[in-house]
Each structure stands twice: as C-alpha cells, then as structure tokens.
Design a protein around this ligand. Structure first.
Ligand code: NAD
Ligand code: 4PL
Length: 247
C-alpha cells in the first residue's frame, strides 16, 4: 500500500499503544509520520522505526506553547501537514467521586482541550497550504456504554464526539474532513498496565465477535478515514470494538 505517499501525518500519543499502531499503519501506507508524545524517548524510538524520514517531537498536547512549537517544527522539517490523528489521552480507572477537581481538569485538558489545540494549529496549516486535510479524533465506545470508573474520561470523550461534528461543519468548505473512531477496550500498553486489563472478560460477553482487541485492530479504520478516498465522509463516528456496542 502506498496511497499516503507524500503525505505528512501527525499522530499524537504515538510512543506506545493504539497511537503507535496507527503511526505504523500510516507509515506502511507511505506517510511521513510526526510522532508527538509527552514521552520524548518513546516517541524517538518509535519514529526511528517508521521510515519515510519520520521524526519525533516531544509535546504535551494540553500545553498551547508546546502545540505551537510542535507545529513550528513540522513546518521547518516537513513543510506542512496533511493528516492529524488526535490520539493522545490519559485513561484513568478511578471511582467518579474520587476524582478531585484538579484531576478532572487534567483529564479535560489532555483528552478534550488537547484535541482542540491540535486541531486549531493543524487545520490552520492545512488551510494556509490549501491542503484537503484529514483530522481523525480517537474517541471511545465508553461514550455509548457509560463504562464504570471512567466518568471524567467519558465526559471528555463525549466532548470529542461533539467537537468532531461541529469542526466538520466548520472545515468542510476547505475540503478538510473531521471524523472520530471509537475503539472498545484494547490491549494497549497503558491498558495492560492498569485495572482496565481485568475488564476483557466482561467486554467479551457483550461483543458480537468475542475477543481481545489489539492496537493493530484499530489502525485500519483510521487509515481509511485519513485516505484521499474518504473525502466524502465527514462528521462521522466509526465504532471499532468487535461489535460490543451497536448504535
Ligand atoms: P496508552 O496509555 O497506551 O498510550 C497513550 C499515549 O499518549 C502514551 O504514549 C502517552 O505518553 C501519551 N500521552 C499522554 N498524555 C499526553 C499528553 N498530554 N501529550 C502528549 N501525549 C500524551 O493509551 P492507549 O490505550 O493506546 O490509548 C490511545 C487512545 O485510544 C486514547 O485516546 C484513548 O482514550 C483511546 N482509547 C483506548 C482504549 C483502550 O482500551 N486502550 C479504548 C478506547 C479508546
Ligand atoms: C469498554 O476507552 O472503551 C475500558 C479504557 N473499557 O479506555 C477505554 C472500555 C476502557 C473502553 C475503554
């Protein structure tokens, strides 16, 4: 596959997990990847394996100055951006009434405000260069299921879902599409190191296709929405969870 050759794709949170699998898939499809992650070392080692002059930039997506610096680095090294995948997030497992205000605000800052800041900066560059860009927001099927111990996370991802629809409206006239993918429980690095790893058995009872979702199972939906041929699809949310949720 080489349908993304010549494209520049920023993937946030791509040092591990689902973001890493997305970066690997988009690189297989020919894109030059900007691995943007708060973990500088992990981002650099992922970028080194991707080819196509891919590179890493350390960035906290919740920090406006860091997002500006990231986009300055992208312009300096790659000229501009064609594809943005907003994947970076924190995925807490915590009783809703044990989340203090500072924790709630951090979850919102990374998972929702980070998506806004990245979309603002990347879409400005896409418009500057008249590129018919692609924005894919990684959401979660918890917005449909109301999954326990994730209330702040679900609230933030519900914001991402709504923002995807609204931003599609705003950017459609520029030929930029904005879509979301909602993975179900997936065996990412973060999940496997957390209490979420205990939930696979429960999830399997609900899935049409019982099984443990892997990061590589999420990437094809993102690659399709990032492709040129998905140009007539915008404002949509594609659920990728083995049929756990049907909506
Ligand atoms: P993960 O914890 O394995 O990886 C997340 C990555 O994001 C890490 O590399 C981390 O360093 C990075 N990151 C965290 N905060 C950041 C910040 N402020 N700025 C930049 N990078 C930051 O997580 P994952 O399970 O691979 O999740 C990836 C995406 O998929 C997230 O948006 C998550 O909400 C979503 N998702 C995951 C699951 C699942 O079960 N794994 C299910 C549905 C949705
Ligand atoms: C069903 O997005 O979608 C746990 C952890 N269970 O992050 C998720 C389900 C988790 C999910 C998610």
């Amino acid at each position: 596959a080489s349908n993304l050759s010549g494209k520049v794709a920023i993937v946030t949170g791509a040092a591990q997990g689902i973001g890493r699998a997305i970066a690997e898939r988009l690189a297989e499809d020919g894109a030059r990847i900007v691995v943007a992650d708060i973990k500088a070392d992990g981002a650099a080692s992922v970028a080194a394996g991707l080819g196509h002059d891919s590179f890493a930039v350390a960035c906290d997506v919740s920090d406006p100055a860091a997002v500006t610096a990231l986009h300055e680095a992208v312009v300096a090294r790659a000229g501009g951006v064609d594809i943005l995948v907003n994947n970076a997030a924190i995925v807490p497992f915590i009783a809703w009434d044990e989340v203090d205000l500072a924790h709630w605000q951090r979850i919102m800052a990374v998972n929702l405000t980070g998506t806004f800041l990245m979309a603002r900066a990347s879409s400005d560059l896409m418009r500057r260069d008249a590129r018919r860009g692609r924005i894919v927001n990684i959401c979660s099927n918890t917005i449909f299921a109301g999954t326990p111990n994730m209330a702040a996370y679900v609230a933030a991802k519900g914001g991402v879902f709504g923002f995807t629809r609204a931003l599609a409206t705003e950017l459609g006239k520029h030929g930029i599409t904005v879509n979301a993918v909602t993975p179900g429980l997936t065996a990412s690095d973060g999940v496997m190191a957390s209490p979420h790893a205990q939930a696979f058995g429960f999830v399997e009872m609900l899935q049409a296709i019982p099984g443990q979702g892997q990061p590589r199972d999420i990437a094809p939906a993102v690659a399709f929405l990032a492709s040129d041929e998905a140009h007539w699809i915008t404002g949509q949310t594609l659920n990728v969870d083995g049929g756990m949720v049907r909506w």
